[in-house]
Design a protein around this ligand. Structure first.
Ligand SMILES: Nc1nc2c(c(=O)[nH]1)N[C@H]1C(S)=C(S)[C@@H](COP(=O)(O)O)O[C@H]1N2
Ligand SMILES: [Mo]
Length: 390
C-alpha cells in the first residue's frame, strides 16, 4: 500500500492518490491528487489581491486577510479530474495518462462566491463569471502564453455552496492546491475550481477560452448534429478498492469494498456484478450519504466455485443517472466513467481467515489511517511510478 502521491508527470506536477491507500471518507491533504497545467505560480501574499471587475457596479479588491474575515461556509465534496482513468482507454487518448486516482474528497471552507459578487453588485445581463488563476504558460497547440481561466455560468456562481475556498480539510490551502485562494465548485469536475485565483470578471457573454473549448469539452449528439459541451457537472462513477485487479481470493465469503460518487447528487445506490455485467445486485452503502460527497460501499461475495471472476460496479445517482457499461467515444479523453472490470482468481485454499475482515475492523483501520496521515508534514517524498494505478 503506497502512502505517497503517485507522480504521473514531474514538471508541472501531476500526481494521483493511490486509491488502495484511500481508506477514509476524507482524503488526507498530502495524498490529494494534483493537476497543474503550468508551473506553479509564485505568490506574494503582501501584494496578492483578489479583484472583482467587469459587469459589476462596484469593482473592488480584497486582501487575503479581508477574505478570511468574511463569514465562512464549509462544504464536503468529491472532486475528480475530468480526465481521471484516461490510461484505461483503448484506443489511447492524448493527455495526462491518469490511472484511477485523480479523485479525492475533502472539506472545503471559504467565502461563498455569491457574497463577494453581491458586494460588488452584479450588473444586469451578467452571464458568466470568468475566474483567472495566476499561473500562465503555453500548450503545444497554443503557443501564445495564457492564464489558466474558466467561465462559470451565473447560476452555479451564485449557488451558496460555490466557494472562494481558503481551506482544505481545515488547513490553509497548500501551494499546489491553489494557495492563497481557489474557486471551489462542488459537484463539478475539478477543472472548474480555478486555483491561485486572482481575478474575477463578470461577463455579459459566454467565455470561449482554451480550457473550455479546445480542452475540457465533449461532443454530444443532438438529433443528427453534434454539439460541443463544456465539461461541467461530474457524472456518476464507482471504484472497487478491494479486491484489486489480479488478486487471488479464497472460496467462501469475500468482502468487496469501494467508493462511489454522483456529482451534485448523493449516491442512491451502488450495484455490483461478479459475472462480467450479466447479473447485478445492490451493495451496502456505508456512512454519510450526502450531495457532492462520495460514499463508501461494501458487500459480501459468497463464492462456491474456483475460477476467474470479472467484478464490475455501477453507481446510480439520486436523479437516476447510471454509470455506463462502455466509454462513449464522443467523450474523447474526458468523463471516463464506464464500469471498469476487475478480474480476480478464486482458489480453494488461500488464507480465508485473513480475507474475512469484518466491517468494524476495516472502519477502525480507516480511522487509524486517517489519524496518522491527516497532519503529516507536507514535504512528501514523492514516488515515481509513471502513472501506474491501483
Ligand atoms: N489555476 C489553475 N487552476 C486549476 C488547474 C490549473 O492547472 N491551474 N487545474 C484544474 C484541474 S483540470 C483540476 S482537476 C483541479 C485539480 O485540483 P487539485 O490540483 O487541487 O487537485 O484544479 C483545476 N484548477
Ligand atoms: Mo482536471
Amino acid at each position: 500500500m503506497s502512502t505517497h502521491r503517485k507522480i504521473v508527470t514531474v514538471e508541472p506536477e501531476n500526481s494521483e492518490t493511490p486509491l488502495d491507500a484511500q481508506s477514509s471518507w476524507v482524503t488526507p491533504n498530502r495524498l490529494f491528487f494534483i493537476r497543474n497545467h503550468f508551473p506553479r505560480p509564485q505568490i506574494d501574499l503582501d501584494t496578492w489581491r483578489l479583484s472583482v471587475e467587469g459587469c459589476v457596479r462596484r469593482p473592488r479588491q480584497w486582501t487575503w486577510d479581508e477574505l478570511n474575515e468574511l463569514p465562512q461556509r464549509t462544504v464536503f465534496a468529491t472532486v475528480e479530474c475530468a480526465g481521471n482513468g484516461r490510461s484505461f482507454l483503448r484506443p489511447r487518448e492524448a493527455g495526462v495518462q491518469w490511472a484511477a486516482g485523480a479523485v479525492g474528497h475533502a472539506e472545503w471552507t471559504g467565502v461563498p462566491l455569491r457574497d463577494v459578487l453581491e458586494q460588488a453588485g452584479v450588473g444586469p445581463g451578467a452571464m458568466e463569471v470568468l475566474c483567472q488563476g495566476a499561473d500562465r504558460g503555453t500548450e503545444p497547440d497554443h503557443p501564445q502564453p495564457m492564464h489558466f481561466e474558466r467561465g462559470l455560468p451565473m447560476q452555479k456562481a451564485l449557488h451558496p455552496d460555490t466557494l472562494l475556498a481558503l481551506r482544505m480539510n481545515g488547513e490553509v490551502l497548500e501551494p499546489d492546491h491553489g494557495f492563497p485562494l481557489r474557486l471551489f465548485v462542488p459537484g463539478w469536475y475539478g477543472v472548474a475550481s480555478v486555483k491561485w485565483l486572482e481575478r474575477i470578471e463578470v461577463l455579459d457573454r459566454r467565455f470561449g477560452g482554451y480550457f473550455q473549448t479546445t480542452k475540457y469539452s465533449v461532443k454530444q449528439r443532438r438529433g443528427d448534429a453534434l454539439e460541443t459541451v463544456v465539461v461541467g457537472p461530474m457524472a456518476a462513477k464507482s471504484e472497487i478498492l478491494r479486491p484489486r485487479q489480479g488478486d487471488v481470493l479464497p472460496l467462501g465469503a469475500n468482502r468487496v469494498v469501494g467508493l462511489a460518487w454522483a456529482g451534485e447528487d448523493a449516491v442512491a445506490r451502488v450495484e455490483i456484478s461478479t459475472n462480467d455485467g450479466r447479473d447485478w445486485r445492490s451493495a451496502e452503502l456505508i456512512g454519510p450519504r450526502a450531495a457532492y460527497s462520495w460514499i463508501l460501499w461494501e458487500t459480501t461475495w459468497q463464492v462456491e466455485v474456483p475460477g476467474d471472476y470479472v467484478l464490475k460496479t455501477r453507481a446510480v445517482g439520486e436523479s437516476g443517472e447510471t454509470q455506463p457499461a462502455d466509454h462513449d467515444p464522443l467523450r474523447g479523453g474526458y468523463l471516463i466513467t464506464f464500469s471498469r472490470p476487475v478480474t480476480v482468481h478464486v482458489e480453494a485454499a488461500v488464507g480465508a481467515e485473513e480475507q474475512a475482515t469484518d466491517w468494524q475492523t476495516l472502519l477502525y483501520d480507516m480511522n487509524a489511517f486517517a489519524e496518522r496521515n491527516a497532519r503529516r508534514p507536507l514535504d512528501v517524498d514523492l514516488e515515481c511510478t509513471a502513472g501506474a494505478g491501483i
